[in-house]
Design a binder for this molecule. Structure first.
Ligand SMILES: [Zn+2]
Ligand SMILES: [Zn+2]
Length: 341
């Protein structure tokens, strides 16, 4: 029987999970962002202005969903030149569309553009003080998770994070493997932090985003979220379950496993690769000048070896699709213990 890795029910909705408006340091109003993204086929935008969570539910209608989010940051010290301090940035996505106060809101970090206007006395009273250091990062991620939010580590390459900076992180839902504005500035994110965390057993989802502050940074990296409907909680829960994939171009139309064979259907591409946390890799390449649209990979031997040796809860596979322009689509990682459920 087919086991669907991307659900066969529901519909794919194109989503931008990271963008900035005039609320913080973007140059477009939220309404303009909605209009431009809808014109490019998007149905979902998570408005993630810096350090204040500002819902834009007034923009939601039957064809568009605004997700309530924020990008929070911690700098290693406050006063130095920003280009020289160490920094981490992460997005927090709220399950409650009306939320304005998030678990690690820090009034000390609110200064950009219109953001101070959104800070109330109530916010100030409950303000949290962010500190530099892995134990503090993990505490913030845990607080956000307990508060029914998802946490995504943003642009680890732009932040110039080293292995030791992220490898002990816990409680992340996602990690950006592609950030369009960073890419255009010359900081190319990679799957390495995602694979490093996966190998440690942190089930993080690779995400592609824009982080657009202006039109120039828009429409380069997105998520395709498969949800029963374009309803806030349905979409949030689909994100949480991982019913999605990341893309900078290609589509993953179908993904299932049957009798140990993984079947992938894509838009025209030149390579489909199923990679694992071992060196076991399965792939299909198009002939020169041609394209392919599907691949099938027998991973029975890999599953048997995992069952005997490494452990079904430790091993995973994931799919990467590359098109003729070098653009990619990334599935999330599927751990083998999921297949036994
Ligand atoms: Zn950032
Ligand atoms: Zn950003």
């Amino acid at each position: 029987m087919k086991q669907y890795l991307l659900p066969n029910k529901g519909k794919f909705y194109k989503a931008c999970l990271h963008v900035h408006s005039r609320v913080s340091d973007g140059n477009r109003e939220p309404e303009e962002i909605k209009e431009e993204y809808m014109a490019h086929g998007y149905s979902i935008v998570a408005f993630s202005d810096h350090d204040v969570m500002v819902p834009h539910n007034d923009l939601t209608d039957e064809n568009f969903l605004a997700l309530t989010a924020v990008e929070a940051q911690v700098n290693s010290c406050k006063d130095d030149d920003f280009d020289y301090v160490e920094t981490i940035h992460f997005n927090v996505f709220s399950r409650d569309p009306e939320k304005t106060f998030f678990a690690c809101f820090d009034a000390g970090y609110v200064w950009m553009s219109r953001t101070p206007e959104y800070v109330t006395d109530e916010h100030r009273k409950k303000s949290y003080t962010r500190h530099w250091g892995i134990e503090h990062f993990n505490e913030m991620f845990e607080l956000c998770n307990k508060d029914d939010c998802l946490v995504m580590l943003n642009h680890p390459v732009w932040s110039q994070m080293r292995y030791n900076d992220y490898i002990d992180m816990k409680g992340l839902w996602g990690v950006e493997c592609y950030n369009n504005e960073c890419y255009k500035f010359g900081f190319e994110d990679t799957m390495t932090p995602v694979d490093d965390l996966l190998r440690k057993g942190e089930r993080v989802i690779p995400t592609a985003t824009d982080d657009a502050h202006r039109a120039w940074g828009s429409f380069g990296g997105w998520m395709m979220i498969k949800s029963e409907a374009l309803r806030y909680q349905d979409v949030f829960d689909a994100m949480k379950r991982g019913d999605l994939y990341a893309s900078t171009g290609p589509e993953i139309k179908e993904l299932w496993i049957e009798n140990g064979k993984v079947h992938v259907e894509t838009s025209p591409c030149v390579k489909i690769a199923l990679s694992t946390e071992r060196r076991a890799i399965f792939k299909s390449n198009a002939r020169d000048g041609e394209t392919i649209t599907w691949g099938e990979y027998d991973i029975n031997d890999y599953i048997a070896r995992s069952r005997q040796g490494f452990g079904m809860d430790k091993n995973y596979f994931r799919i990467t699709v590359t098109d003729e322009w070098g653009r990619k689509a990334y599935s999330r990682a599927y751990f083998l213990d999921e297949l036994e459920k």
